[in-house]
Design a protein around this ligand. Structure first.
Ligand SMILES: O=C(O)CCC(=O)C(=O)O
Length: 288
């Protein structure tokens, strides 16, 4: 096992939603991911980004180009500033319902091959500069979410993301080797999986707002460091599976609800206008 091996990047294999469902599903099974350009309407991304940035004030604001800009000290997941703003982001109704819109469910269904179950746990990623070494290490969501082979990750860029801002890269075809051994490391999640000797080529591209990356539960993926001086990368993601597949109970909690006091569903839901997306998993048949 070697952590700092030489690696090369190739661009993502690009998919479009106009392609045949079977073609998309086969590509997902072949490469372990789908990258779909411009799937989420820009207005949706822009609206959610504004709502998230509202909660990040005064630590992150828009710059002259309207992109997220760090105003003070850098931070990463679990730092005090992050713990202060994250419950406010988690409380946004728009953040949760973003993943339950019909066009999002339709795309999940293409991959799942059946009606999709959206995991209750939704994640927002805030990657600030000057935190090199604290980005998300290579991992498999099958491990972090105790999930089976039909679970997948659904990641959305809320704004354009260039290489320097810290993109998400995937290890193509890595899902074929199943769930790997892990070891503790620095960075978001604190766990890294093994990368094998011949796995030296990653897939990654600059992405635009509204682009979607869907990865198989066993596909190894990681974040690049944010090497800018002030730009912040903000994205959102969740997990889904074919309805009825086993879902481990920890995924029913809010992200970081296990360590931030008061970050629970009653507090998250307290300001919502609509109850439709609340506790929707209570009768889910596959909980364990
Ligand atoms: O956006 C990131 O920094 C990491 C995303 C990720 O690893 C995930 O969604 O599992």
């Amino acid at each position: 096992m070697e952590i700092h091996k030489i690696s090369a990047n190739k661009p993502y294999v690009v998919s479009t939603i106009n392609e045949d469902t079977q073609v998309l599903r086969e590509r997902f099974n072949d490469w372990g991911y789908l990258y779909i350009k411009g799937y989420i309407p820009l207005a949706d991304c822009e609206g959610l980004l504004s709502a998230v940035l509202n909660e990040c004030d005064p630590y992150i604001r828009r710059n002259a180009s309207s992109l997220p800009h760090l105003e003070g000290q850098p931070f990463f997941e679990t730092d005090p500033i992050w713990d202060e703003i994250y419950p406010k982001i988690q409380s946004l109704e728009a953040f949760h319902t973003f993943f339950h819109q019909q066009h999002v469910l339709n795309l999940m269904e293409i991959v799942a091959g059946a009606p999709a179950f959206v995991y209750p746990m939704k994640m927002a990623r805030i990657s600030t500069p000057r935190k090199i070494g604290f980005e998300t290490p290579p991992h498999q969501d099958a491990h972090s979410h105790h999930a089976g082979p039909t679970m997948a990750g659904f990641w959305v860029a809320l704004h354009d993301v260039s290489e320097a801002m810290g993109r998400v890269k995937v290890l193509p075809k890595s899902h074929r080797l199943g769930v790997r051994p892990v070891f503790n490391t620095q960075g978001v999640g604190g766990v890294q999986c093994e990368i094998y000797e011949d796995e030296t080529t990653w897939h990654v591209s600059d992405v635009e707002a509204g682009d979607v990356l869907i990865f198989h539960s066993c596909t190894v993926h990681k974040a690049e460091p944010n090497t800018t001086s002030e730009a912040v990368r903000i994205s959102v993601d969740t997990r889904f599976c074919d309805h009825g597949a086993a879902v481990f109970s920890t995924n029913l909690d809010p992200h970081h609800g296990w360590r931030i006091e008061g970050l629970d569903w009653p507090s998250i839901y307290s300001g919502w206008k609509n109850t439709q997306c609340q506790y929707y998993w209570r009768d889910y048949p596959g909980l364990f």
